[in-house]
Design a binder for this molecule. Sequence first.
Ligand code: SAH
Length: 258
Amino acid sequence: MRKVYLVGAGPGDPDLITVKGLKAIQEADIILYDRLVNKELLKNARPDAKIVYCGKTPEHHTLSQEMINKLIVKYANQGKVVTRLKGGDPFIFGRGAEEAEVLSENNIPFEIVPGITAGSAVPSYAGIPLTHRDYSSSVAFITGVKKQGEDVDEYWEYLAKGADTICIYMGVKQLPNICEKLIQFGKDPDTPIAAIHCGTTENQYTITGTLLTITEKSSLITNPAIIVVGEVVRLRDKIQWFEWVVNKKNSTKQVSLV
Ligand code: SAH
């Protein structure tokens, strides 16, 4: 049966996929998956399923988006069930909509299975709520990588004066520039900021500072990372839990080795 599932695999922890997403993996004849998808999830595929890596890194694209689109269409037109597995949510900085447009243009039946996006899950695992009755009643999800010509002053002014919490995807390289622009357009330089690397996995770590000080620590922040700007970051001191769980697990491992 010709069908494509565009599935959000969640942010890293393989248990954070939806039941519907898991079913789409189990049903697939062919799975095309991205770099930030946890490979553990592929163990749920049928033994005879064909598995294709489409990963991209910020520097190197293994397959161009056009190639990926063509592959999906090709496999679907062979009458296969294709599961296109993407990190987080397919419709949040995931180019899922572009793939859905191509499917629609080719009259291929498809379903979209939302996933838990990194912008929400990763701060949660770092003990940072994006909203809080006392500190934040609005959130902006933004990308640090924009198309040329979009990085205009009005944009930064709007952000600096807009949402209480700013949650940044793909912002590692641009971090110094982002902090500078937010301060320039009126955000308090003492606003707390956190960068969380590999959130929801056992490699998760978090670097905190303020808009003014975080740049000194930028060499410690590597991809993939979610960056959160706003007063809500302060709550981490009180409600962080996951890194503590991971450390405890690791220290237990060490103890048992002795
Ligand atoms: N569609 C995805 C986002 C893809 S863009 C989603 O909804 O989550 C890729 C960016 O997402 C990375 O550069 C990083 O900023 C963020 N990201 C994805 N997984 C992450 C993780 N486990 N920890 C930290 N950041 C992550």
